[in-house]
Design a protein around this ligand. Structure first.
Ligand SMILES: [Zn+2]
Length: 237
């Protein structure tokens, strides 16, 4: 179990991939399944932007998708797809930033009008689209946005975080609260904290019965401020 919080995707800067309205959502549609969302803009062609930073993995004609682009993000843990484009402005291997112009909406491939078809896959796209995820939760103005703290997503029940300053033991408490060494945590690692109690001179709970002892000079504990904690409780009652 890796409690390191360095790998969160949802708090990366996100750019809505096109201006417009959601003309069709993710889910069952016409006896089939719609593996993405459609963003339309009253039949006009509009710019298409990279949703996150990444590396272009495809820029080509892709059957029913028409002219399409795929981009890999976060060390190949997520891939986004932009379909039915009228123009493609990037090539495979190109590094893009969030919000970078990559093309224009169109109606190429199996499409009945000008719109962007946008898909999110974890970790990557395949032709059966078995890794598809609903992109809507990533579009912050469409649903409850995650609580981000210094660019990292906060989890339900989190009260703070610790940064490891010097190597220190990660303990697991057994059923009788006896400590067993889980592993050594290394300098620079960051972990979410869910609790604090006075056992063993004071320990921070990292979830899953894992604890780190409060030791000056070995860890730095920080909290995000009451506003974020209140918001977290509102989202995860
Ligand atoms: Zn679509």
């Amino acid at each position: 179990m890796n409690n390191s919080i360095a790998g969160d995707f949802t708090c990366q800067p996100f750019r809505r991939p096109a201006e417009g309205y959601i003309s069709s959502g993710y889910g069952p549609r016409n006896g089939g399944f719609h593996f993405g969302i459609d963003i339309a803009n009253h039949g006009t062609s509009v710019p298409v932007y990279a949703a996150f930073a990444g590396v272009v993995s495809r820029s080509q004609s892709m059957g029913g998708y028409g002219e399409a682009i795929t981009i890999k993000h976060r060390e190949d843990t997520v891939e986004t797809l932009y379909a039915h484009l009228s123009r493609r402005l990037v090539s495979p291997g190109e590094v893009v930033s969030p919000g970078q112009l990559i093309g224009y909406t169109g109606t190429t491939g199996d499409s009945t009008g000008i719109h962007l078809h946008f898909e999110v896959h974890e970790p990557s796209w395949n032709s059966s689209r078995s890794n598809a995820k609903n992109p809507l939760p990533l579009i912050s103005d469409e649903t409850t946005s995650p609580i981000c703290w210094d660019g990292l997503m906060m989890n339900k029940g989190q009260i703070g975080r610790i940064t490891i300053l010097k190597p220190i033991n990660l303990w697991r408490r057994d059923a009788t609260n006896k400590l067993e060494l889980e592993r050594i945590l290394n300098q620079g690692e960051v972990y979410r904290v869910y609790s604090y109690d006075e056992l063993y001179g004071g320990q921070y709970g990292l979830g899953g019965r894992l604890y780190v002892t409060k030791m000056d000079g070995y860890i730095k504990y920080e909290t995000p401020g009451q506003k974020r904690l209140d918001e977290l409780k509102r989202i995860y009652p």
